[in-house]
Ligand binder design. Structure first.
Ligand code: 5AD
Ligand code: SF4
Length: 337
């Protein structure tokens, strides 16, 4: 499918038939099972200044937190207890954690909990990525956000498409199951840009692909209200499923921030993964990438149980499997390491 074909799909009114087709493909590869990844957001410090994100360094109004290794391990154990087969360690780009500290965490989590470990820590050098892989990290998430050079440069100061893409390819060459993705509905993103983004993402042979809706954050330069991108995100998810049948595709948490049934609608449009936050209650509200993320007042257990109930009511089954991708040639992680 060319970018032009994708553009035509995006322009078609009413995603219904595309969602149904995408769901049929997801059913063929994954059945009605949904892989559960527990996300430990262990630091909201970030040295970058992405215009869309509440964690950007220029947001001085945000109370910052860092979890100690023991707190991170406890959150990972809770993820396992609640039924996650993968623990995702995620943070802003925080250089305060020595790479050995992260490596130790990866080792201990894998050794004690029998889960796959995904890292989502941002831009590091090849050596560091290789070290963490040697420590047993199975997967790495690094989103392109958009492949459009002008938009990327404008919204991600100091960053380029070429540099980000080189890192994604570096991660692939190191044997990680590699994930990337885009934000749908970024200010300045046209349908033509979006179609090209979908096309380029789908050419990378990624094991994981995510497309979540842009949500304006009041303490960022992109605070102005926008038309909600929920329908478009669902359509993009469906098109990504058709183009990447065996990839792990999440129903993003950002969908839930826009609609109470956002994530089950993501599954109906062909997603097969959910990624609930298991960040401790005391700090989770501070991981405020966008409004509605980790809504205050819900404790982790309630939030995860509530999510599972909604999944079951919609005809899906949360699965505590490590959940490697089904793309052709996927290595099944590094279970032998
Ligand atoms: N709306 C939606 N998604 C966002 N992200 C960051 N800011 C926003 C926002 N305002 C996503 C990006 C990033 C991840 C941490 O969250 O894709 O990679
Ligand atoms: Fe930092 Fe990621 Fe937010 Fe950019 S999107 S400011 S890198 S946490």
């Amino acid at each position: 499918m060319t970018s032009r074909d994708i553009l035509e799909m995006l322009a078609a009114t009413g995603g219904g038939p595309v969602y149904a087709e995408a769901r049929t493909v997801a059913d063929r590869f994954f059945g009605r099972g949904v892989y559960v990844r527990g996300v430990v957001e262990f630091s909201n410090h970030c040295r970058k200044n992405c215009h869309y994100c509440g964690l950007r360094v220029a947001n001085t109004g945000l109370e910052r937190f860092r979890l100690e290794p023991e707190g991170i391990l406890a959150a990972a154990a809770l993820a396992r207890e609640l039924g996650a087969g993968t623990v995702v360690l995620q943070s802003g780009e925080d250089l305060r954690y020595d790479r050995r500290v992260i490596g130790d965490l990866v080792r201990r989590i894998r050794d004690t909990l029998d889960v796959a470990v995904t890292l989502s820590l941002g831009d590091f050098d090849r050596d560091t990525y290789a070290y963490w892989r040697d420590c047993g990290a199975d997967r790495y998430l690094l989103k392109m956000e958009t492949f459009d050079e002008a938009l990327h440069a404008r919204l991600r100061p100091g960053c380029t498409v070429a540099d980000r893409l080189a890192r994604v390819e570096m991660l692939q060459s190191l044997g990680y199951e590699t994930g990337s993705g885009i934000i749908v509905g970024l200010p300045g993103m046209t349908d033509a840009i979006l179609a090209e983004d979908i096309h380029r993402l789908s050419q990378l042979g990624l094991e994981m692909i995510a497309a979540g809706p842009f949500i304006p954050h009041p303490s960022t330069p992109l605070a102005a209200p926008v038309d909600h991108a929920i329908e478009k995100s669902l359509l993009v998810t469906a098109v990504l499923r058709l183009l990447n049948p065996g990839a792990n595709i999440p129903a993003t948490s950002a969908l839930d921030a826009l609609a109470a049934d956002g994530r089950t609608r993501g599954l109906d449009a062909g997603a097969n993964v959910v990624m609930p936050s298991v960040t401790p209650d005391a700090v989770r509200g501070g991981y405020s990438i966008y409004p509605g993320k980790n809504a205050a007042g819900r404790d982790v257990r309630d939030a995860v149980h509530g999510l599972f109930e909604r999944l079951r009511n919609a005809g899906y089954t949360p699965v505590a499997d490590k959940g490697f991708s089904r793309i052709a040639g996927a290595c099944g992680g590094n279970a032998d390491v």
